[in-house]
Design a protein around this ligand. Structure first.
Ligand code: 13P
Length: 263
């Protein structure tokens, strides 16, 4: 039986004092006995603050990205060794925002390639994380144009195959895959639960082919994209949806605790 997992992706939000206040509220609002596994992925600069506050709880801290080399002349980058040292349990990789596939363009088009994560770099990042025993949260998902062209399954299968190249099932069985349709991120448009369920089942089948049956059954598959307290219960009750990767709604402790309760 897979344990439900709810992860808050804070993206580029929260100063140290805001993070500290948000975690304090969360710890008061969420029952420590909850059966749900919970993690918050803050910016690099607040990982230590959140990790310290979570120290005596069962909650985990994670990162939003990583660079694959352990150390060296890579200005602006942070390695898996450093994340481990900070107490990170999870790390998001391949998010559509770091792949540079924005649902709505909030930055000049000419700068999109600055983000430009590819299946190949996602693969290198996953290997670096596994080497440090940090659990990757691998994000996959189609853009609106890809969905409208009927390419959803093909796009996601290619992302999974590229990201997991050369990785054994036994190595990734504690890993997580998050299905995040790009068009549903931060737009208020949620993928309807039947379609989210269909895609997550397709992902599990693809994981069986790419890795093996044992790993595919163990890997948690999350849904992400405008998850709110009003839609979480229905999404999380689908057989192949093992929880959520929550953006905007994870910034408000009250709302996030309701989502955790739905799981
Ligand atoms: P929203 O929940 O704000 O749509 O963001 C989803 C997401 O990108 C989580 O990683």
């Amino acid at each position: 039986m897979r344990k439900k997992l709810v992860v808050g992706n804070w993206k580029m939000n929260m100063t140290r004092s805001e993070a500290s206040a948000a975690i304090e509220s969360l710890l008061l609002l969420i029952e420590p006995t909850t059966e749900v596994e919970l993690a918050i992925c803050p910016t690099y600069l607040t990982i230590e603050t959140v990790a310290q506050q979570f120290r005596r709880s069962r909650f985990h801290v994670g990162a939003q990205d990583v660079f694959w080399m352990p150390s060296g002349a890579f200005t602006g980058s942070v390695s898996a060794v450093m994340l481990k040292d900070m107490g990170c349990h999870f790390c998001i990789v391949g998010h559509s925002e770091t792949r540079g596939r924005f649902g709505k363009l909030e930055i000049p088009e000419s700068t999109v390639s600055y983000f430009a994560e590819t299946d190949e770099t996602v693969n290198l990042k996953i290997k670096a994380l596994l080497f440090q025993s940090i659990h990757p949260i691998l994000c996959v998902g189609e853009t609106l144009a890809e969905r409208e062209a009927g390419r959803t399954d093909e796009v996601i299968q290619a992302q999974l195959k590229g990201a997991l190249q050369g990785i054994e099932g036994a190595e990734f069985r504690d890993g997580v895959v998050a299905y995040e349709p790009v068009w549903a991120i931060g737009t208020g448009k949620t993928c309807d639960s039947a379609e989210a369920s269909r895609v997550c089942s397709m992902i599990r089948k693809a994981l069986t082919d790419i890795l093996d049956e044992d790993a595919a059954q163990a890997i948690r598959i999350l849904y992400g994209g405008s998850v709110k307290s009003g839609n979480a219960e229905e999404l999380f009750s689908q057989p192949d949806i093992d929880g959520g990767l929550v953006g905007g709604a994870s910034l408000v402790a009250e709302e996030f605790s309701k989502i955790v309760r739905s799981a």
